[in-house]
Design a protein around this ligand. Sequence first.
Ligand code: HEM
Length: 112
Amino acid sequence: MSSVMKRIARISAWLLLVCVVILLFSGWGITQTGTIYNLTFGLVDRRLANSIHSAAVLPLAFFFLLHVLINIRLSITSRRRYFVWLTNGVLIAIGVCILGLVVYMEYFLKGG
Ligand code: HEM
């Protein structure tokens, strides 16, 4: 089981890195529109950069939580069954709450 989790933590790490790079460049597409517009040969204007930037938040949050929470879980070596169950439950609850908050902020909360 832990080798499968380690594999998921590593795959999500690289996908997380891709999301961070996309978020960074699309963010510059909003603040440094001319530079990114020229860099992408006129493909990415401010509107598209804004859409990409918003769309990248949820996958970034998902892969970040997967990568970090699994690595925290793998760093816990206790074999006591109740402690393992408690840890799994708490980490899953943290992940679901944070992901729920991101979904609410991104897709349900009207802009302030
Ligand atoms: C944006 C933030 C982060 C990015 C982009 C990221 C990316 C990566 C990458 C690319 C690897 C190498 C995966 C491989 O060996 O194939 C890695 C490994 C690792 N990361 Fe992160 N990471 C981030 C945040 C964190 C945080 C906050 C923690 C702390 C809990 C963490 C814990 C680890 C651990 C323990 C490993 C080694 C896992 C192993 O040996 O399999 N990372 N990370």
